[in-house]
Design a protein around this ligand. Structure first.
Ligand code: WT7
Length: 637
């Protein structure tokens, strides 16, 4: 089994060991897995190229480590517990053996459809067991899965499919979300008008919506799997063969295809799952994320299943039929560890305690949060009300790029402080640098958060663009991985994440590039240019504030154009990126060299214009005056 930390002394000891000799430490963590061939070397790396290889020349399959390795002991135990959108519909439980058979069946289906090792398979699916089954089936045969969150638009889906040159798309007729249905197949059809590499589309029947099936391209899921064997020998993979691609937003326009490889990701997702949440055999673990994000990959699918855990998968949303839904689910399945995002906590807090009162949530032992900084009010509500003052909160800081949690308390062991991610996990070596890249040593410092040594779960490249990988993460500061986050280390050496220092914003825990939203706004025929910044939002953490310069106003006037800009962004990226506030401005504040001074726009968006800082490089002061005035008069918050 994975080495488990049991005490604060144990944590300190493991941490010191991991830093003194990372190779010995991570070699030991990998021992409990099943290797077709053992690695020659634990780690080869440099952050210059960058080139990172863990468990060099090892051969394995991650699904053999979920299934074959666990079947004797866990075969008849629940693997996935699935709660449907509608609480009156039947839930489903798949034991490890049942899941194994379904994965093999779908793996054989993929093979019959011509998918081979190294091919990319795109998934655009609701949160149903078939999504997890398909992810694992890809891994079984060595196909690279690329899950696209089902809230993205046709355009965003198309972009991701084409970047990865995916051969196959897995989708569903529709997806239930609360009282609504997302027409997934219809959206996929629109995307596929410009996706030349897709040969086949497999469509799961979920909502029974009317869909068009394209002859020669589309096939129903139930027909495709019909008659396929439930046995499938796993493909032998190299440690460094890519396991999946997951797209995330960056500070420049196009989304980045983060590539994770097999062995390092396996060891890291399992190690962090076991330790951070202190999962014990028989516990029920509930992560409320969507598998379309990294949190779902690592802590609904891989981490728990590699551990032989019971992982709960929920199809719906926290506020339907009412804001007590999470607590009903916790009570129904006696959930022990619960992992969600601050935005969900704030949304539920705002509904008051009525939805929580009387709910039997005393099975809870550990509460987790992820995705954005958690404010103290939300932390206390979570701790005092949901956790009845008895559950440790693990504020887990990590990123799509890191594969797993890097800085976090170990549940019940690391003393917590509201809104602090606390201390690095074993093997993680954070450093804080100033803008010149100089290390800020000692305690009570704040600056840019970097990591100076690789951990097994670190991303290896960006799909098809290693140069951008290098530029984005390894060239800002010499020989360091730059996270894009600001952080402070307090007098106790505890880390507090301060938020992004680049042009990335975090809206309801969803990561969005401001450039991406600007590009979408600029597609509007009446828009000349735009600038997007984040601003504090009570529920979402950050809201999207767009400053837009228009050539002329349409007949709908300012309100009409605002609305059509919002609709445009929804169409091009998806509802998660829709601007909350749109201000039509006569011009943008620019420097003499033409660079937009976002700092000023951020101040305006925050509603704090008392101190705009240094404005000496500003080209036109009048523009700023009218923006400030417009923000007060025109923008309804
Ligand atoms: C960004 C990464 C990692 C899974 C979900 C998000 C922010 C993440 C925390 C936290 C403060 C956090 C950071 C990070 N973030 N966790 N506990 N406290 N901020 O993954 O979409 O790749 O976003 O989310 O800004 O860089 P992601």
């Amino acid at each position: 089994m994975i080495n488990k930390i049991h005490s604060l002394g144990g944590y300190i000891h493991e941490y010191q060991k991991s830093i003194a000799n990372p190779r010995a430490f991570w070699g030991q963590q990998a021992e409990c897995f099943y290797w077709r061939k053992r690695w020659d070397k634990v780690l080869d790396w440099n952050f210059d190229e960058p080139s990172i290889e863990w468990y060099v020349n090892g051969k394995l399959n991650i699904t053999e480590n979920i299934f074959e390795r666990n079947l004797y002991t866990h075969g008849n135990q629940p693997a996935i517990i699935w709660e449907p959108n509608d609480p009156n519909d039947e839930s489903r439980t798949l034991t490890y053996r049942e899941l194994f058979e379904e994965v093999n069946r779908f793996a054989n289906t993929l093979k019959r459809l011509g998918v081979v090792k190294g091919d990319r398979v795109a998934l655009y699916m609701p949160m149903v067991p078939e999504l997890a089954i398909a992810v694992l089936a890809c891994a079984r045969i060595g196909a690279i899965h690329s899950v696209v969150f089902a809230g993205f638009s046709a355009n965003a889906l198309q972009e991701r499919i084409n970047d990865a040159s995916a051969k196959l798309l897995l989708t569903a007729d529709g997806g239930f979300r609360g009282s609504k249905i997302t027409p997934l197949k219809e959206i996929a059809d629109e995307a596929l008008e410009t996706c030349p590499t897709i040969e086949t589309v497999v469509v799961l029947k979920r909502t029974k919506s009317d869909v068009k099936m394209v002859v020669g391209r589309d096939i129903w899921w139930h027909k495709a799997v019909d008659g396929q064997s439930t046995e499938c020998v796993a493909e032998e993979m190299d440690s460094e063969d890519p396991l999946f691609i997951l797209y995330t937003s960056g500070s420049t326009g196009k989304p980045k295809g983060i590539v994770h490889s097999t062995a390092g990701y396996m060891v890291y997702s399992a190690y962090t799952f076991n330790n951070v949440f202190q999962y014990n055999a028989g516990d029920v673990f509930f992560c409320t994320a969507d598998i379309g994000w990294i949190t779902g990959h690592s802590y609904i699918v891989y981490g728990p299943l590699l551990t032989g855990a019971q992982t709960l998968m929920f199809e719906g949303i926290p506020t339907w039929p009412d804001a007590g839904r999470f607590w009903d689910i916790v009570a129904k399945y006696k959930v022990n560890q619960f992992y969600t995002a601050p935005t969900a906590i704030r949304a539920l807090l705002a509904q008051g305690n009525d939805f929580l009162e009387g709910k039997k949530v005393d099975s809870l032992k550990v509460l987790g949060t992820v995705g954005e900084p958690i404010n103290e009010e939300a932390w206390h509500w979570y701790h005092d009300h949901v956790g009845r003052n008895q559950c440790p909160i693990v504020d887990t800081w990590w990123q799509t790029e890191t594969g797993g949690i890097l800085i976090s308390p170990v549940a019940g062991i690391t003393p917590t402080k509201p809104s602090f991610a606390t201390l690095p996990l074993p093997g993680v070596q954070p450093i804080i640098v100033n803008n010149e890249g100089k290390e800020l040593t000692g305690n009570s410092v704040a600056g840019n958060l970097c990591i100076k040594y690789p951990w097994p779960g670190i991303a290896r490249t960006l799909w098809g663009d290693h140069e951008r990988f290098k530029q984005t993460y390894f060239s800002t500061y010499d020989k360091l991985y730059f996270t894009g986050d600001g952080a402070k280390r307090d007098e106790d050496g505890y880390y507090r994440i301060l938020g992004r220092v680049d042009d990335v914003i975090n809206v309801s825990g969803h990561r969005l590039g401001t450039a991406e939203i600007e590009n979408a706004i600029n597609e509007h025929p009446l828009v000349n240019e735009s600038a997007v910044v984040g601003y504090p939002h009570a529920i979402k953490g950050q809201g999207v504030y767009a400053f837009v310069v228009c050539g002329e106003l349409s007949t709908g006037g300012v309100d009409g154009i605002r609305k059509s800009i919002m609709q445009g962004v929804t169409k091009i990226i998806g509802p998660i990126a829709r601007p909350d506030l749109v201000q039509i401005v006569p011009g943008l504040p620019k420097t003499r060299s033409g660079k937009i001074m976002r700092r000023i726009l951020r101040k305006v968006a925050e509603g704090d214009v008392t101190n705009l800082g240094d404005t000496s490089t500003l080209l036109d002061e009048d523009v700023v005056e009218s923006i400030i005035e417009g923000a007060l008069v025109d923008v309804k918050r």
